[in-house]
Design a protein around this ligand. Structure first.
Ligand code: PEP
Ligand code: MN
Length: 350
């Protein structure tokens, strides 16, 4: 259920409605919008009791949300969610195009800085790098853990880039939340409901990758798990799904971008690196991602991909990344977006 407040409803009226929702035994989720605030209701088994909600001051209407996902749905919030990063001009969602780049894994301080400096110079706003790696083989490189988180924090301090890195379980979630700006939940964990709920208790953005065989509904329901706990800063990421095709590692499903945008207000990025698994396919699919209206791209970049400890074959060279930024910058205006190169960080007033 959803309580739509009148455009002129006051803070007190919104609070009174939230209190009444709690009194009825449910959880209120106020979602302020440009025109009006809507308050999502969760916690009901079956049809929610409307109580006195309809008669309360400031309430425009009380409507039933028919979709299984509620807080992720455009019914609750019409306009696109824009995620902001305090003290910077970086955003994800809305009119700007976000660029996330970095190696699959942080392998050493030298490697991470060499790549970070080049992607920053070429215009990325976000740096990615795995500290905890979900590997198919237990004998493969598992990531540098806390050391990698510290290296990325240093990159943020030196270069301004905001940091995105994956938490693979509840244990690593708290550490990642402490050191990074965005917590990534990987494809293999898209339906790890315990991890999703824990991420929902954070008050920081979560980048949720699509599971490798997840339908659109399952993807949005995974986002709903995070939002149901009160964290509304969810960024979706298409990274390819398993199909019979063997010319690529995964089949990048670009059609999910307009499909998500029709149903949900959440931003969606596209990852053409995992989505293709092949270096020479990354640039064309990044162009395609921007052309279909994605809110940005996430790509793996390595200065020595032949020596990479993970995902070398799909990692592009820094020069290819620079070319990608140039090309998607030109495509962006066709879909009413702008790529603001790099990130500007406010310096503390002296
Ligand atoms: C990654 O981003 O390095 C990663 C492991 O991605 P995915 O979860 O999409 O496989
Ligand atoms: Mn990878």
């Amino acid at each position: 259920m959803l309580v739509v407040m009148k455009a002129q409803a006051t803070e007190e009226q919104i609070k009174a409605v939230c209190d009444h929702i709690e009194f009825l035994g449910y959880r209120p989720h106020p979602m302020p919008g440009a025109q009006r605030t809507a308050i999502g209701i969760t916690g009901n088994q079956g049809e929610a009791n409307r109580g006195n909600l309809e008669e309360m001051p400031g309430v425009a209407e009380v409507i039933k949300v028919s979709k299984p996902y509620k807080l992720a749905s455009r019914d609750v919030k019409e306009e696109d969610t824009v995620i902001r990063f305090a003290g910077t001009d970086a955003t994800i969602g809305g009119g700007s195009l976000a660029v996330v780049a970095g190696p699959c894994s942080i392998e050493s301080r030298e490697q991470a800085f060499a790549i970070a400096e080049q992607v920053a110079a070429a215009g990325a706003q976000f740096f990615r790098g795995g500290a905890y790696k979900p590997r198919t083989s237990p004998y493969a490189f598992q990531g540098l853990g806390l050391d990698a988180l510290k290296i990325m924090a240093e990159i943020r301090d030196r270069l301004g880039l905001r940091i995105i890195t994956e938490a693979i379980d509840n244990e690593t979630l708290d550490l990642v939340a402490e050191w990074a700006d965005v917590v990534q939940i990987g494809a293999r964990n898209m339906q790890n409901f315990s991890l999703l709920k824990h991420a929902g208790r954070l008050r920081m953005p979560v980048l949720l990758k699509r599971g490798m065989s997840a339908t659109l509904d399952e993807f949005l329901m995974a986002a709903e798990y995070i939002m149901s706990e009160g964290n509304y800063e969810v960024i979706l990421c298409e990274r390819g799904v398993r199909t019979f095709a063997d010319h690529t590692r995964n089949t990048l499903d670009l059609s999910i971008v307009p499909a998500v945008q029709k149903l949900s207000h959440l931003p969606i990025l596209v990852d053409p690196s995992h989505g293709t698994g092949k270096r020479d396919k990354v640039l064309p699919m990044a162009r395609g991602a921007v052309a279909v209206g994605a809110d940005g791209v996430l790509v793996e970049v390595h200065h020595q991909p032949e020596k990479a400890l993970s995902d070398g074959p799909q990692s592009i060279y820094p020069e290819q990344f620079a070319q990608m930024v140039n090309e998607i910058e030109q495509i962006a205006p066709i879909v009413n977006r702008k790529l603001h190169r790099g990130i500007r960080v406010e310096t503390a007033a002296k």
